[in-house]
Write a protein of this length. Structure first.
Length: 254
């Protein structure tokens, strides 16, 4: 696949660049450029990101960062079995537990929430940093919901991190998940309060908390460019033209 000439590979994370130094210089540059494309496209064009990740994987499958990037690209396109395999490979290479939560979420994606819950109880979770532990809590709550255990999902999300007034990168998502679980359980007023708290913490718009709040408040959004409105305008215009033509005809008769 073509790569824009302005993408040099130098944009890559320094740690990843360090890993690529084990490859011949030309090969390392090719891999780096493909990984840059993965990073640039994964949010908005995940299918294209996946294609670039496969190229990087063919070029350097023994590099952990490449396996991890391939895993995230597969995950973004809901290829959960493939993503899980790549994450496991990366973990074997590095020995890191960092990917544990997303591996558990792959199990959910594969329809195995009980495996995700089992992973939430493994010793690896204690080795995660705070962000990783919060992510694991979110996955475990999602698994509970997958199994129809709404009350258990709510309890799973109740934590010091949820109660904290401090704002972290994961705060909005944690509050949002809690609000969503409350709403699913029919606890609408509490849900509204937590959607508001999620919105307060959501500085970069990572959730649709504002839309959920509006829905709960009964606010309906009307598309200013709705096709039906256009049709009404056209019909009105045609009616006016018809009336104008009839008026002209009558005038001529008189």
């Amino acid at each position: 696949m073509p790569i824009p000439p302005e993408v040099t590979g130098e944009e890559i994370d320094p740690d990843v660049r360090q890993e690529l130094m084990s490859l011949p210089k030309g090969l390392a540059e090719d891999v780096a450029r493909n990984l840059v494309m993965v990073a640039q496209l994964i949010d908005d064009e995940p299918e294209k990101a996946y294609e670039y990740s496969r190229i990087a994987l063919r070029l350097a499958s023994r590099v952990a960062a490449v396996r991890e990037a391939a895993g995230f690209a597969a995950y973004a396109t809901q290829k959960y079995s493939e993503a899980l395999a790549e994450f496991r490979a990366a973990r074997r290479m590095t020995g890191s537990v960092e990917l544990w939560p997303v591996m558990a979420d792959c199990e959910r994606g594969l329809g195995r929430p009980e495996r995700a819950l089992a992973m939430a109880g493994e010793p690896e979770v204690q080795k995660l940093d705070k962000a990783g532990q919060v992510e694991m809590r979110l996955v475990a709550a999602g698994a509970r919901r997958d199994m129809g255990q709404l009350d258990a999902a709510i309890v799973t999300l109740q934590s010091p991190e949820l109660a904290s007034s401090a704002n972290h990168p994961w705060t909005a998502r944690l509050r949002y998940a809690y609000a969503d679980a409350l709403l699913a359980a029919g606890r609408e007023q509490e849900a509204r309060e937590w959607f508001a708290k999620a919105l307060e913490a959501d500085k970069d718009g990572s959730t649709d908390a504002s839309d959920r709040l509006a829905e709960l408040d009964g606010v309906e959004f009307v598309d200013a460019f709705d096709d039906s409105d256009d049709e009404d305008v056209q019909e009105d215009a045609q009616g006016e033209e018809t009336e104008g033509a009839e008026g002209t005809e009558d005038d001529s008769k008189s």
